[in-house]
Design a protein around this ligand. Structure first.
Ligand SMILES: Nc1ncnc2c1ncn2[C@@H]1O[C@H](COP(=O)(O)OP(=O)(O)OP(=O)(O)O)[C@@H](O)[C@H]1O
Ligand SMILES: [Mg+2]
Length: 257
């Protein structure tokens, strides 16, 4: 049972920002949503995750695992999100451990507080923290932007949701941390999650995703495998984005993460 968005249009004031946009993500699948800055990626994520601004008017149809989900509501069963702005995703006055532990207990990933702390520490280790116990004791402001971003990814993965929308999860990261985060996402997909990966990093997308949806000015202009998007039949905008990923993406053959 997939996550399916059909005919999404979003208007804010007199601006039509998303136009008849459709996409779907199946379980076990990682789909990239790519496009230039301001093309509408985060707004699409907001519609899917129930966090559109109050001033937005959305029409279209969202279905998650066979359930109709009204776009105007905030509740999204079975869906986790990594937001582009990691600072707003964490409570500034609560230590990281006290934020992660309830999520792990709620999702059933751990049954006791001690087990949840230990799982949180090992998962932080998976995304490159050499000192997870210190991180668990820290307040968000005591971490760097890239460290907070990785904490948000751990928090989202800890939900064990059926679907994950990750908006630029690797932007603030060095190459080693980036690779670890991509591996963690791959692991989640292999365990059954469907992931919509929003990114400017086309090489990362090509390494992780089976296909991509390309948007420009709020409209889907092309979609398909990376080999298709880099080929001669692709939309010029898709070709331009693929060009930024270099030869490996153009061959559609970046090594698996
Ligand atoms: N809350 C809002 N109110 C009004 N307009 C908005 C709002 N959020 C986004 N927009 C507009 O919608 C368009 C798409 O924005 P969006 O944040 O989805 O871009 P994006 O593709 O995620 O870009 P980036 O790659 O820079 O993150 C932009 O023109 C932006 O100005
Ligand atoms: Mg964005």
């Amino acid at each position: 049972m997939s996550l399916t968005l059909d005919g999404l249009s979003v208007r804010v004031g007199d601006r039509l920002l998303l136009k008849n946009l459709s996409l779907s993500v199946a379980p076990n699948e990682v789909v990239a949503l790519i496009g230039s800055s301001g093309s509408g990626k985060s707004l699409t994520a907001a519609a899917i995750t129930g966090s559109l601004p109050g001033s937005a008017r959305a029409t279209g149809h969202l279905e998650i695992q066979g359930q109709d989900v009204p776009l105007a509501t905030r509740f999204r069963p079975g869906l986790a999100v990594v937001r582009q702005d990691s600072l707003t995703a964490l409570h500034p006055l609560v230590r990281i451990g006290r934020q992660l532990v309830p999520v792990l207990l709620r999702s059933g990933a751990a049954t006791t507080r001690a087990a949840a702390m230990s799982l949180a520490a090992s998962t932080l280790g998976d995304v490159g923290f050499a000192d997870p116990l210190r991180v668990l004791q820290s307040f968000p402001m005591e971490l760097s932007g890239g460290q907070r971003q990785r904490v948000c990814i751990v928090q989202a993965l800890a939900c064990r949701a059926s679907f994950l929308v990750a908006d630029e999860p690797t932007t603030a990261l060095d190459v080693v941390s980036r690779q670890l985060v991509l591996s963690a996402l791959r692991k989640a997909a292999d365990a059954g999650a469907g992931i919509l990966l929003i990114t400017h990093d086309v090489a990362a997308a090509a390494s992780l995703c089976s296909r991509a949806v390309v948007i420009d000015d709020g409209t889907v202009v092309d979609q398909g495998s990376f080999a298709h998007l880099a080929g001669s039949t692709a939309h010029p905008h898709a070709c331009a984005l693929m060009g930024s990923a270099g030869d490996a993406a153009a061959r559609g053959s970046i090594a698996a993460v």
